[in-house]
Ligand binder design. Structure first.
Ligand SMILES: [Zn+2]
Length: 72
């Protein structure tokens, strides 16, 4: 919580409450991209990693398979 927010809450608690509710709504409206961000495709022949599973640009063949990057 910022200092400005705290002061605002003391001066005008109603406005602060509306702002708080708006912030929560905005947070909920954010699209979830967590799942798609980690999804990559890797060529099973040469190991080329791409976000597209169309075909491997190196082998020019349909050799891409799902590849999950695991960050510890
Ligand atoms: Zn390849």
């Amino acid at each position: 919580m910022s200092l400005i927010y705290s002061i605002k809450k003391l001066v005008d608690p109603n406005a602060a409450r509306i702002e708080e509710a708006h912030a929560i709504l905005m947070q909920r409206a954010q699209p979830r991209t967590d799942d798609s961000d980690d999804l990559r495709y890797r060529c099973r022949v040469c190991g080329f990693v791409s976000k597209s599973r169309e075909y491997c640009p190196s082998c020019l063949a349909d050799t891409m398979e799902e590849y999950q990057i695991i960050i510890y």
